[in-house]
Design a protein around this ligand. Structure first.
Ligand SMILES: *Cc1c(COP(=O)(O)O)cnc(C)c1O
Length: 356
């Protein structure tokens, strides 16, 4: 029996989208593929409020994170870090031989834009990486506020991991001056894993031409060359791209982008009200995510037992806390195409199990 996923990635995928994966294979050097590519492009741009091209990567989101720092940093990168994924981006940067410093706060605590400004004013950096929605802590970082700081520095690129936020919350790429905004489709897009998307600015492409090439697979100028032909550099995950087309049509034309964002906000609000009533919420107030809730386990329940019972008796799966917070927190995702009855049903089941 299929267990319904309330995990913050991968997320539940609608049957209609799964069926798209079994569409007969098409060749990626055909007009048919270019048509597919061209149908996806404007919808992705609409979703991200951008005129920038949006590249497709046949990799998980981590590949696009590598691409950002290997192409976008000539001098030194400043990593804004306050959770597992932002911390990981720092490691990814260093592993690729790219110089980087971390500006760090405790998990779940915001990094003040003024502190970022102070760092940038040294003139040591030419790129900032930041995670929009920290999936490890259920925190939405103030990308807009930070963008106001970063935009004062002409030479500094703004690289944003929006993995668990994109397609669930509004990100105004052009207005916020985001040079690369990346995500994997297995989170708020509600698609099977295997594909990442990223908007890429002219400024980033220019920078990439100046940087000693550090990657072939993730080389942005090379990807751009093929993008202009409505193709990908290498053989892409064609089934996933076909499913992405279907889901983008649904998001943009059927549900509507604003409605989708409003639904995410409403559902996260329901989970957060529940969490406040029975538990507490992990990240600092005012920064709660609209796509998942990281519940602070103030009642000391066994998160492992709770999830086991949800899975075995109810075919529902939530996520334990991230890393060391495995038992101290648990996470409930309302990403992708989750409905209000889905969420209310899950919370009622948890109440039943815990006798709340
Ligand atoms: C899931 C996630 C990642 C890693 O994504 P993969 O697709 O597994 O590579 C990175 N950043 C954030 C914020 C995430 O939620």
């Amino acid at each position: 029996m299929h267990e319904k996923l309330f995990t913050p990635g991968p997320t539940e995928v609608r049957t209609e989208l799964l069926q798209e994966l079994s569409t007969a294979q098409i060749h990626h050097r055909t007009d048919e593929f270019s048509d597919l590519y061209d149908e996806i492009q404007p919808r992705l741009q609409k979703l991200l409020y951008t005129d920038n091209p949006v590249f497709l990567f046949t990799s998980s989101s981590t590949g696009a994170m590598e691409s950002a720092v290997t192409n976008g940093v000539k001098k030194k990168c400043l990593t804004v870090s306050n959770g597992a994924f932002s911390g990981r981006w720092h490691k990814i940067t260093l592993k690729n031989g790219v110089p980087a410093d971390e500006i760090e706060r405790d998990w779940g605590e915001p990094v003040p834009p003024e502190a970022i400004d102070e760092k940038l004013s040294t003139g040591n950096y030419d790129a900032v990486t930041m995670v929009f929605n920290e999936t490890s802590t259920g925190m939405m970082n103030p990308v807009k506020e930070v963008s106001e700081v970063v935009s004062n520095y002409e030479d500094v690129l703004f690289l944003v991991d929006a993995v668990s936020g994109m397609a669930g919350a509004k990100i105004k790429v052009d207005e916020w001056g985001i040079d690369m905004c990346l995500a994997g489709v297995q989170k708020a897009f509600g698609l099977p894993s295997g594909l990442a998307v990223a908007s890429v600015s002219d400024k980033l492409l220019e920078r990439a031409e100046e940087v000693e090439p550090r990657s072939y697979y993730f080389n942005l100028p090379l990807l751009h060359k093929y993008h202009k032909r409505s193709q990908t550099r290498t053989t892409p995950a064609i089934p996933q791209i076909i499913a992405l087309r279907k889901q983008l049509e649904y998001i943009v034309e059927e549900e509507g982008i604003e409605n989708r964002f409003a639904r995410h906000e409403k559902l996260s609000g329901i989970v957060q009200d529940w969490a406040k009533k029975y538990f507490d919420i992990f990240p600092a107030e005012g920064y709660w995510s609209k796509t998942l809730t990281c519940v602070k386990n103030t009642r000391g329940v066994s998160v492992a037992d709770l999830n086991q019972e949800l899975i075995e008796k109810h075919n529902l799966r939530i996520a334990n806390g991230y890393g060391d917070m495995k038992e101290e927190t648990f996470r409930i995702s309302n990403m992708a195409d989750t409905s209000e009855p889905d969420i209310r049903g899950l919370l009622a089941t948890i109440n039943d199990i815990l006798g709340l």
